[in-house]
Design a protein around this ligand. Structure first.
Ligand code: FAD
Ligand code: DLZ
Ligand code: SF4
Length: 518
């Protein structure tokens, strides 16, 4: 039975399920389509990364002798959609069925469900077995639970995979989680390693020219482009991380510093997400470093938890809860996304720094995403769909299955606490403690109200006040509500008035900055 096997841009591994059983007479189809390059205004580097990695992977398949049909974005006959290109390919090849691996987005999966009717052929959508927890396994874990907590899921995953496990079902070192050791500010004089970046080859250069021409209006800088685009390069990036950065990953995992966008983070998420690296091999590499004494336990455990825990957990939640998950808005957030998320032009130094780095690198690390741009969106009550579209566009690693739960659940609390037990809301003091951003800011994190008050301080209490009905009963929010209720009435009124003036000054209009209305 001749088979058309469709490989999507985030399925770039020879081990992907759609290639299982590849036989003579089968055709592998890969398509660059406008629908995927424009469903959000992806960062230019993200488009280059995905298309160049696709072209390199296609070349590896060709070298292997696989019959490959590759449709380029600039092909004049390109229909612009997966469905259109599958139909066109069926005119070129005599096949009896279509096989594909489950896509990473509900949007795409929903379209695939129509393919049997649209093509008249059977369509097999195979489970994406690159994940350590299958959808079925997650559903069994989730059954009967009203709310989910990553920590309990993670422990089961540790037991099941044996990663960092000692004898008798006990975690190595006696504890499951060493996060208490991982919240240090960056020590003075710390010099994070120079990160391995990769010079664009001729294939990548050609895609860069295409992107410069076709996507000039998209967010972000095209150059310098330094992402790995092949498995070999991604493996080098992994080795480099394990040797140079992992040993320090834990201690300062939550730290932020001007001019140091990468610190000791992995820079591996784009590779994991498109298939250039596997979750298992990355976790094993960290575990091995710990076993040979090259990385401390708090670093190896903290790193493995991000992948075995958080990454698998958010993916499980996505498929378990979609499509209704994206529709909730538990806090009724309804403010348009301020323009400075795109321009970076704002006098809030922390936001300007994170958006600037995001524009330059298509990357920001977790705490920047969660506690700076995310925290602001939560406190200011930005519409979930608008901030989600922003995160989906601006990061090289952004795919719906991982972006949506992180933004909708973890950042915006729009799921009402399904993913996380409380909103990650914080005032300027947190950003000041974990970064050096405030030193160069127009505002002062120590000023709570009045001239120079940090907007995060004003917005924090405004958020607490505005969401009392929904959040006051949450035991983990008891402390802020006690403090707010104990505050002098006049001071409270001033904070709320100033916060409102700041919010009124936000504008979604292109060109607007963040200055509050005077
Ligand atoms: P490291 O800090 O080195 O962490 C190691 C790995 O752990 C990452 O490569 C990633 O695969 C995984 N990981 C860590 N945290 C998470 C998490 N919360 N969810 C899933 N995986 C995690 N990650 C994405 O891959 N794509 C996204 O679109 C994405 N959007 C995010 C949006 C927000 C608002 C937040 C708070 C987090 C988001 N994350 C996303 C998770 C995390 O920020 C990135 O995975 C991480 O910053 C990638 O950089 P790194 O490889 O240097 O990570
Ligand atoms: C992100 C992306 C982009 C920019 N372009 C393509 C493309 O042209 N062809 C393709 O197969 N995939 C692309 N992708 C990744 C897809 O958006 C991804 O496969 C879907 O999100 C479904 O998983
Ligand atoms: Fe951000 Fe406030 Fe610090 Fe300025 S003072 S950098 S706005 S936290």
């Amino acid at each position: 039975m001749a088979t058309l096997r469709l490989i999507l841009g985030d399925h770039l591994t020879r081990d992907v399920a759609a290639l299982d059983g590849l036989a003579a007479g089968d055709v592998v189809l890969m398509v660059e389509v406008a629908e995927e390059t424009t469903y959000v205004p992806h960062h230019k580097q993200k488009i280059v990364f995905v298309l160049s990695a696709m072209r390199h992977f296609a070349e590896e398949l060709r070298q292997e002798g696989v019959a490959l049909d590759y449709v380029r974005l600039d092909d004049p006959a390109n229909t612009g959609s997966f469905t259109g290109e599958v139909k066109q390919a069926l005119r070129r090849h005599a096949v009896d069925r279509i096989v594909v691996t489950e896509p990473g987005e509900w949007r795409v999966r929903a379209k695939m469900e129509d393919w049997p009717a649209e093509t008249g052929l059977p369509v097999e959508i195979r489970d994406d077995d690159r994940f350590l927890c299958s959808r079925g396994r997650f559903a069994r874990w989730a059954e009967g639970r009203k709310s989910f907590r990553m920590e309990f899921f993670y422990r089961e995953m540790r037991r099941e995979t044996g990663l960092l496990m000692a004898e008798e079902d006990k975690p190595v070192g006696g504890q499951w989680n060493y996060d208490a050791e991982n919240r240090k500010a960056l020590p003075k004089g710390a010099r994070p390693p120079r990160r391995l970046r990769f010079s664009p080859d001729a294939v990548t250069r050609e895609v860069m020219d295409l992107v410069a021409q076709r996507f000039a209006g998209h967010f972000g800088d095209l150059e310098p482009f330094g992402w790995a685009v092949t498995r070999n390069e991604a493996l080098k990036a992994l080795d480099h991380f394990i040797a140079e950065a992992l040993p320090f990953f834990g201690d300062v995992q939550d730290a932020m510093k001007r001019g140091e966008p990468f610190l000791y983070h992995g820079l591996l998420s784009p590779y994991l997400n498109v298939g250039l690296l596997t979750a298992r091999e990355v976790c094993v590499a960290a575990e091995t470093a710990f076993k040979r004494g090259a990385a401390p336990l708090n670093a190896a455990e903290g790193f493995i938890r991000q992948i075995l825990g958080w990454r698998e957990y958010v993916r499980g939640i996505y498929w378990h809860q979609m499509p209704s998950y994206a529709e909730t808005n538990a806090l009724g957030a309804d403010r348009p996304l301020p323009w400075f998320y795109w321009s970076g032009e704002t006098d809030l130094a922390c936001i300007a720094e994170v958006v600037g780095e995001t524009r330059r690198n298509a990357y920001a690390h977790h705490i920047q995403r969660l506690m700076v741009t995310g925290n602001f969106a939560l406190l200011a009550g930005i519409r979930p769909a608008e901030i989600e579209a922003w995160y989906l566009a601006v990061y090289a690693d952004a795919f719906d299955w991982v972006e949506l739960p992180n933004v909708h659940g973890m950042v915006m609390f729009a799921d009402g606490g399904l993913l996380a037990s409380k909103p990650y809301a914080a005032s300027g003091a947190y950003i000041d403690r974990m970064s050096d951003y405030c030193a160069g800011c127009a505002y002062d994190p120590k000023i709570k109200v009045g001239e120079g008050a940090c907007p995060f301080n004003l917005l924090y209490w405004h958020f607490i006040d505005a969401n009392a009905e929904t959040l006051k009963g949450n035991p983990r929010m008891a402390m802020p509500y006690r403090t707010w209720e104990g505050m002098d009435g006049g001071r409270k009124a001033r904070i709320l008035t100033e916060a409102q003036a700041f919010l009124d000054g936000l504008s979604a209009e292109p060109g607007a900055t963040s200055r509050p209305a005077q």
